[in-house]
Design a protein around this ligand. Structure first.
Ligand code: WAQ
Ligand code: MG
Length: 258
């Protein structure tokens, strides 16, 4: 049955040549769709990269491939929006939430140092909660999570229920956070966009849910952040394999949320 097969559709765009040739990452995107939705996915990713606030790409790649293996269906994380009135207040809250999620303060401190050292990544850094060390390849661009999506209709229902605006950005961010937190090695995630015009970010984790924070950086700043805090005692190779290859679809059911 054709419609039960899923295709991973991915896009990456950069300027001053490709990522491999040292170009600057501008945007990326990943979808997981059935055959009949491939065209729509490619069109959406193309539109995303051509009208991106980080600039015009001079390199772009869009590809799709069939994905084998069972799709894992996961619930969205409970969402909370924390309104803050300055970046400082937002950053302070982010640190508090990370501590609440079980990250020792020294590790949080070290993670922020790593962030200064490795900027301009196109993926996420994996940081061990015990040592505060970076566990993915330090000279690479970070781990890029793919093969996940949230079917539009189900997402729309969730936005109505949760009183959230139905934005593609929220959908993508929640989808990623759900997949990232859905493995035993995951403890928490810290994220804000590298798009200069988007200052809301989040801290997410299995216990604390998806905690949006309305200001985590100054408007105009192009430095983004994505850190996955992991329990280094778990199998990290398996976690990275899961992030890159396990197909995951978010699926909200009203009765789970009441
Ligand atoms: N896998 C790993 N890292 C990624 C991925 C991915 N698929 N996509 C993005 N990143 C990393 C990469 O380093 C980017 O520079 C950084 O995250 C930011 O990505 O609730 O828009 O897509 O209002 O710019 C969060 C709040 C928005 C949403 C995050 O991130 C809300 C956002 P962006
Ligand atoms: Mg971005």
């Amino acid at each position: 049955m054709q419609e039960n097969k899923y295709y991973s559709v991915r896009m990456r765009a950069s300027k001053n040549q490709s990522h491999e040739k040292g170009g600057q990452h501008l945007s990326g995107g990943e979808q997981l769709v059935t055959y009949s939705d491939i065209k729509q996915a490619v069109d959406a990713l193309l539109a995303k990269s051509l009208s991106h606030s980080r600039g015009k790409p001079d390199f772009m790649q869009i590809q799709f491939e069939r994905v084998d293996g069972l799709v894992q269906h996961l619930n969205p994380l409970p969402v909370t929006t924390n309104t803050v009135h300055s970046t400082e207040q937002g950053q302070q809250l982010a640190r508090q939430l990370l501590e609440k999620a079980g990250i020792p303060p020294q590790t949080i401190q070290k993670a922020y140092q790593l962030l200064m050292k490795y900027s301009g990544l196109s993926g996420a850094m994996l940081v061990d909660i015990h040592s505060g060390k970076r566990l993915d390849e330090p000279n690479q661009k970070g781990i890029r999570v793919s093969r996940m999506d949230w079917p539009e209709e189900n997402f729309k229902k969730w936005t109505l229920f949760s009183q959230m605006a139905p934005s593609a950005r929220v959908k993508e961010a929640m989808t990623l956070a759900v997949k990232v937190s859905g493995h035993p090695a995951a403890v928490a995630e810290l994220c804000w966009s590298d798009d200069p015009d988007y200052v809301t970010g989040y801290v997410a984790g299995k216990q604390i849910g998806y905690q949006r924070i309305t200001n985590l950086k100054e408007y105009g700043d192009e430095r983004g952040c994505r850190i996955f805090f992991v329990n280094g005692l778990e199998d990290i190779t398996d976690y990275i394999r899961y992030l890159k290859t396990q197909p995951v679809l978010v699926q909200w059911e009203e009765h789970n949320d009441i």
